[in-house]
Design a protein around this ligand. Structure first.
Ligand SMILES: C[S@@+](CC[C@H](N)C(=O)[O-])C[C@H]1O[C@@H](n2cnc3c(N)ncnc32)[C@H](O)[C@@H]1O
Length: 356
């Protein structure tokens, strides 16, 4: 299965227009689309939110699971399952959401309303990791949400940097169960152990998506060579201090928000990370509502994004317009990349200290 790194949305998928109905499939935006109307909801029924309990007893990871490690400056190394693991083992995996089969069939890593792209690490995540490294940001004692987490690297970093609590949310439960949770487990093992098994020197170091592709190619070759089925290794997580700090959620943001608001007291996050999540204007309203309701009064949202998502239509300009119209958050640019397709990191904070 070869994934294409694009945002083409096939005509039969649920996303056929933007919130004003004046967006063209090719990603060209009508000037009227700049004024966003938040009353339009995604056309299809939303994916019901689900809480996935953190693993508490023996868990099993393939001994020879191919994983990559990203090491950026002084950040702790972050391990994650290689995308090729999924390509090679797709047919053996639970796929009731049909994200493996459909993304392979449609050769796309985004199928709006079905699969929202969580199986790979998107490049803005690397930008944000680099910014965190430069800022020397630590998360001691903070409550953190990795919203639209995919592989969960940002949340895992916060976990390793002593966050009090880290919640991970992804649209697809398959992503949570087969990627995010295993990645957390992988990182809960000591880095020494992980390094001795699989980590190749220099691998994943501050890499771009292109470099990552090259490494995936290497891994693909390695996988082709190894014929015996993967053995499993038991990892005892019952005593691990980091696991109880984690919570995992899947589902659409609207039902995720409703679900977490039922908890007593409802969570308020000091930090919300959200990377490559503003490509679809149809979700701006519910995304904004989620940030509004879940950010602590003096909390901070780190939003990492491309300027524009061709084929889908969203991007930073439209999202900033939307946020401005709402009047709840201020938006400050923390980093603006110049190369190729422009990428940015912005911070959202409540305009008023009270956050309401
Ligand atoms: C392109 S992926 C980015 C994954 C990861 N943050 C990264 O940078 O590698 C977009 C993520 O946004 C989330 N997402 C997008 N639309 C969503 C929606 N309407 N409800 C819930 N999650 C959504 C999905 O979980 C998906 O994994």
């Amino acid at each position: 299965m070869s994934f294409c790194f694009n945002f083409d949305v096939p005509a039969q998928t649920t996303h056929t227009g933007n919130i004003d109905g004046n967006y063209s499939q090719g990603g060209e935006k009508d000037s009227a689309a700049q004024s966003t109307d938040d009353t339009t909801k995604p056309a299809e029924p939303v994916k019901e939110a689900k809480k996935h309990l953190p693993p508490s007893d023996l868990q099993f990871l393939p001994v020879d699971a191919v994983f990559e490690t990203v090491s950026i400056g002084t950040l702790p190394p972050l391990h994650f399952l290689n995308e090729t693991v999924f390509e090679k083992t797709a047919s053996e995996r639970e796929d009731w959401e049909r994200i493996f089969s459909l993304s392979a069939e449609q050769k796309s890593d985004l199928i709006s309303g079905v699969y929202e792209g969580g199986l790979k690490v998107w490049e803005c995540t690397y930008d944000l990791l680099e910014l965190i490294e430069k800022q020397e940001a630590t998360f001691g004692g903070k409550a953190v949400l990795d919203l639209g987490c995919g592989a969960g690297l940002l949340g895992i970093l916060a976990l390793k940097r002593r966050a009090r609590q880290v919640h991970f949310q992804d649209y697809n439960s398959t992503v949570i169960e087969q990627l995010t949770v295993p990645n957390v487990i992988l990182n809960c093992q000591t880095d020494d152990e992980a390094d001795s098994k699989n980590y190749k020197e220099g691998r994943g170091k501050g890499k771009t998506e292109k470099e990552a592709d090259c490494e995936m190619t290497k891994d693909r070759e390695e996988l082709t060579d190894c014929s015996p089925p993967p053995k499993k290794r038991a990892v005892d997580l019952s005593q691990h201090p980091l696991l109880p700090k984690c919570c995992f959620f899947s589902g659409d943001w609207s039902t995720f928000l409703a679900l977490v608001l039922q908890t007593d007291p409802p969570p308020k996050y000091d930090i919300i990370f959200t990377s490559e999540t503003i490509y679809n204007t149809a979700y701006y309203s519910v995304l904004h509502e989620t940030l509004h309701k879940l950010l602590a009064p003096d909390g901070l949202v780190y939003l990492a994004t491309k300027s524009h998502y061709f084929g889908v239509g969203g991007g930073l300009h439209l999202f900033k317009n939307f946020v401005e119209q709402k009047g709840i958050f201020s938006v400050d640019h923390l980093w603006d990349g110049e190369e190729g397709l422009q990428r940015h990191i912005v911070a959202l904070r409540f305009k008023t200290a009270k956050g309401s």
